[in-house]
Write a protein that binds this ligand. Sequence first.
Ligand code: F6R
Length: 264
Amino acid sequence: MLVLLQTDYHCVSTAAARIIAAWVRRDPALVLGLATGGTTIGMYRELSRMHREEALDFSKVVTFNLDEYIGLAPDHPHSFHSFMHQNFFSHVNIPPAQIHIPDGSIQTGYEEYCASYEAAIREAGGIDLQVLGIGRDGHIGFNEPSSSLASRTRPKTLSRSTLADNCRDFARGEEMPTAAITMGIGTILEARHIMLIASGKAKAKAVAKAIEGPITASVSASALQLHPDVTFVVDEDAARELSQCDYYRRVMEMTAKLTPKRLW
Ligand code: F6R
């Protein structure tokens, strides 16, 4: 597990974007797992800038998003489809046929639908790099506390903490979805490489539990400790509860000396 400690949100966003860009340059047909959420916006902005100004080419990249609210049509302004189009897809050159986001508007046949989402990932050759955010309750995707560490893509009821956090996106009086279709923890762990980004004090406890806590279904992100190739890109605020924070700081200093051409 690699912890890349960054000064602030801006540095988290540019470091994460540079890592993704390096993967895309190395393998133009990369299968990229994507997340939504406020934390990802700066990263998508930087990737869009790289596409515009540095000719970063996404034309062969295939994407799979982690999740979507149940009950929202893709064109709903608060759907994750809309989020992804506004913040990323409309600024880069990924052909629409290569973009996959769970359809939250289906009303029946969830089991078959979720199995078909998993099959599409497999048919694409599996996810090479999965990008994750983290919820205050330690969720990854929408795998809320008590999710099985072996779970697959399925509908999931949102926790109180997630409802409280995500209601900021909905106008007062507007009904907020209470469930989502999400890739499972088992699905996420099958990605070849995983990068989790986190910023701000509100994430500090969840980040510490994910990196240093026991592996438990109460903190879905703790399952990442089982993965052989995970990078956490976190800022000082999000890292403040890590007991080994000073160690990660020294690792960063050492890495900067040893690898001047590092990605981040
Ligand atoms: C969204 C997702 C969630 C978010 C998490 C953090 O696709 O998978 O796990 O990454 O809720 O969201 P923000 O960044 O808004 O705090």
